[in-house]
Design a protein around this ligand. Structure first.
Ligand code: NAP
Ligand code: MG
Length: 405
């Protein structure tokens, strides 16, 4: 077979530890033999971030802004222990944080589902994608432990010095706690654009939920901004595709999600998204099967796995032990990025390859060939052959070659 040609380069961000090992295996076994890969390579491995004073992260984000599609390997976010381990000159910021800020993007997480592993919620048949607004709210709140009786007030002074708002929050008669939160229209708007764009891109319904009946200014603002953008910019496209934008209260949404069959995107405010994404991903099975894509309000896409660098497996790998690390989410980061690149450049062969890669990967799991993390999760009576990472990739390659034979 002739290798599939690309037009525009894919931005490739390499990473750390076990996922860096998997990254190379995936390219060697599943990409290079089939695709004449055109990529602009950035090494976001911690050593090279240190060497470039983290400039490589910024460069990779700029390249993503330029070309529109990136694929990223998991990377270490340094903490104190990593600063010592890697002899770092400073505690570099999370690459994901830097890239997200530069793209002004929203993260969408969706599970890869297979027949042999049933979600904890029996009604769920299709993946549920969670979109979390990762800005402001309780994560940027100002808090105060009130030590004694006294008055708490909320005051707003405009930039030119006018006091536009002043209200008593509470007249404390005893000790207590106090918190103030904020968010910005610009950030909520970006979040909403990313959500509508991703719903269109994946042809799925978009749900959004807040508690606007109780929070009549704060949550109401989120609701109104979504409504306005939908009516003015996205309604027509949604109707053309036969998909729906659906707003409901968060408690109603929770009940409906549990009773649903899945197959939609659920957009959530920062805290709700933090909690619900962990619940939904756990109910679907394994972290190793969770994909993640960062979508900018302008429609720029960065694909990755939701999990980290799988440090514990890496240390075993360094000792020469055989590891059975699951490469599925990283494979789907590649297929997602290649598919999007193919769509944007109008390359049906590249889109078909990405679909075939996913099909072959799922087929391998449905044939019972899987890594250790999954073999314990499968339904009773299902025959499993547990394999290491490289054998798993070779099994996928066999099935992928068969699809092209
Ligand atoms: P992790 O890498 O996600 O791994 C946590 C545990 O989950 C692993 O020890 C393993 O459990 C299981 N696991 C995760 N992915 C797996 C896979 N593909 N196959 C099989 N098992 C898998 O999280 P972490 O250990 O907390 O973090 C490690 C490093 O990753 C940290 O330096 C952190 O900064 C970084 N991180 C990066 C990203 C990112 O780049 N997006 C996200 C999160 C964390 P068992 O050991 O029980 O097998
Ligand atoms: Mg969480």
């Amino acid at each position: 077979m002739d290798k599939i040609k690309m037009l525009t380069p894919l931005v490739e961000m390499d990473g750390d530890e076990m996922t860096r090992i998997l990254w190379k295996m995936i390219k060697d076994e599943l990409i290079y033999p089939f695709v004449d890969l055109k990529s602009e390579y950035y090494d976001l491995g911690l050593e090279y971030r240190e060497k470039t004073k983290d400039k490589v992260t910024v460069d990779s984000a700029n390249a993503t802004l330029k070309y529109g599609v990136a694929v990223k390997c998991a990377t270490i976010t340094p903490n104190k222990q990593r600063v010592e381990e890697y002899n770092l000159s400073t505690m570099w910021k999370s690459p994901n944080g830097t890239i997200r800020a530069m793209l002004d993007g929203t993260v969408f997480r969706a599970p890869i589902t297979i027949d042999a592993i049933k979600p904890a919620v029996k009604k769920w048949k299709k993946p549920i994608t969670i979109a979390r607004h990762a800005y402001g709210d309780v994560y940027k709140a100002t808090e105060f432990r009130v030590p004694e009786s006294g008055k708490a007030e909320l005051v707003f002074t405009s930039a030119d010095g006018k006091e536009l708002f002043k209200e008593t929050v509470y007249d404390f008669e005893c000790a207590g706690v106090l918190q103030s939160q904020y968010n910005k229209d610009s950030s909520i708007r970006s979040f909403a654009h990313s959500c509508f764009k991703y719903a269109i891109s994946t042809k799925q319904d978009l749900w959004f939920s807040t508690k606007d009946t109780i929070s009549k200014q704060y949550d109401q603002t989120f609701k109104l901004i979504f409504e306005e953008l939908y009516e003015n910019e996205y309604k027509e496209e949604f109707e053309k595709l036969g998909i729906e934008y659906f707003y409901t209260l968060i408690d109603d949404a929770v009940a409906r999600v549990i009773r649903s069959e899945g197959g939609f995107i659920w957009a959530l405010k920062n805290y709700d998204g933090d909690v619900m994404s962990d619940m939904v991903s756990t109910a679907f099975g394994s972290l190793a099967m969770m994909t993640s894509v960062l979508v900018s309000p302008k429609g720029i896409y960065e694909y990755e796995a939701a999990h980290g660098t799988v440090t514990r497996h890496y240390y075993r790998y360094l000792k020469g032990e055989d590891t059975s690390t699951n490469p599925m989410a990283t494979i789907f980061a590649w297929s997602g990025a290649l598919k999007k690149r193919g769509e944007l450049d109008n390359l049906p062969l590249l889109v078909a390859f990405a679909n075939n890669l996913e099909k072959a990967s799922i087929q391998t799991l449905n044939d019972g060939v899987m890594t250790k993390d999954l073999s314990g999760l499968v339904e009773e009576g299902f025959n499993v052959t547990q394999v290491n990472s490289i054998t798993f990739l070779k099994e996928i390659r066999k099935r992928l070659e068969a699809l092209y034979a």
